[in-house]
Design a protein around this ligand. Sequence first.
Ligand SMILES: [Mn+2]
Length: 351
Amino acid sequence: MYKKIDFFEDEEIDAVLLNAQENIRYFTGIDFEGTVLITTCKKFIFTDSRYIEDVAKEVSEFSVIDCTTEGKYKAAKLKILNESFKRIGIDADSLFYSDYLKIFSDKLIVAVDVSKRLNEIRMIKEEFEIENMKTAQKISEDALKTVLPYIKEGELECNIVNEIEYKIKKFGAEKISFDTIVISGTRTSLPHGKPTHKKFKKGDFVTIDFGSVYKGYCSDMTRTFVIGKANKKQKKIYECVKNSQETAINCVTDGVLCKNVDETARSVMSKYEFEKYFRHSLGHGVGLLVHELPFVSSHSKMLLRKNMIVTIEPGVYIPDFGGVRIEDMILVTSSGFQNLNKFTKELIEIS
Ligand SMILES: [Mn+2]
């Protein structure tokens, strides 16, 4: 299953050259390393001996060109590119400048950057994509549930990383969607802190941000726990973040501006006087990439549309004290939203 490119006329281009792994997968339906050239009537795959057998079996509409040696690669690609093209759409976000020079420097071909268009097509998810992401999310939640008993005083951040990643793969994911974050204590004020050999202590916040990949599709979630009883300030921060997140999620629907959802989350935080401690955007699209369009931020001019999947992940991070982030993946529907994350958001105090 793959999407067709339909903007040749709009962009006045004869062909599109794809390099990014996620776009290759999306516009060919298969996963391999190489380059893809799609014209209005022909489709070419340039790949090498590592993938050629598989690729040739899986695609029928593409001409597969063996580029096992560098010389063959250049010759094949340049020959085709020179055949009849004047203007070629390139995925400038991922095309190496050295490759760009080989193709465009001394030729009369014009390069048009179509990366934004390609990435925008991927924002609206097909049914099979939504199903894969639901499965990826379920794997993550099942992993966290089974790892929860290991999260206790004296345990190391990095051991919990290992346990979660092991369970994610055991439960059927092909890989993790990004390096698992497990941080504790005052280090939870670092939104993307790196796990260490630090032990969990009584009174620590523990923040876990992680995801699974299922059939190429990512999931992403965050939960924050407390080891022992939460103190008054911890409870206030947690309540603020939870309230901010739930209020923002509740205004997700088809047609709402991304920046309005971001603003809603911040306005809840301002009631707790914590908004200055929320220093990143509210969320992001998820799909073949863990971070993709649309970005749910104050700068975004995009609207949320039916069948987009975005994270909503407010956080309050107080330096030298600690922080809380809660993150769910939200599917936009015509009348509102569906939260793909079922894991509790009540504060868990681990005794
Ligand atoms: Mn995220």
